[in-house]
Design a protein around this ligand. Sequence first.
Ligand SMILES: O=C[C@H](O)COP(=O)(O)O
Length: 213
Amino acid sequence: MFVLVNLKAYPCDPVEIGAAAETVAAETGARIAVAPQAADLRAVAETGVETWAQHVSPVEHGSHTGSTLAERAAAAGAEGTLLNHSEKRLRLADIDDAVGAAERAGLDTVVCANNPAQVGAVAQLSPDAVAVEPPELIGTGTPVSQADPDVVRAAVDAASAVGDVPVYCGAGISTGDDVAAARDLGADGVLLASGVAKADDPEAALRDLVTDS
Ligand SMILES: O=C[C@H](O)COP(=O)(O)O
């Protein structure tokens, strides 16, 4: 199970969490990635942890002030990027262009979706993976795998109807039991944030997440 930790704009120490994730990944063999703010990509990547951008813009080099260029995210050490997160939503055409931008820069892509119908739509854009996250459960601490297992099952079905697209699930995931439940529902990974970024001891939270995953 892939564990992708989105630090959002939480007031945490991204380098401390990146280093903790690298330690836990090295000790356990689990695949853990950390997605910090764009300004922290390089510092987090220097910890050695697999580092992801939270977003890249659907643009190429040019007159795009304020954009996050996929090539610069990659140059800073990002290996992948989230796209269309529920808190950074894009129009379908922009998701398509952003997937293209990420591919051009050599970044893996996970396109987020609110529900299984959206999973089916974005899976058509050939991302490396999709992630289903019911927005109402984000940040609640109530795991999607427990509160709405059918949405995960339906997302897996929607993605497999399109092709061999890995499916992650997110919202409220914070323990190894949540990760195991997601796996049992057919997910290939989890996307989470507050369970690590707001934890008193992020390394302990990460260790718990990958136990039994
Ligand atoms: O990107 C992560 C998701 O929005 C889930 O956030 P959460 O783990 O705080 O519920």
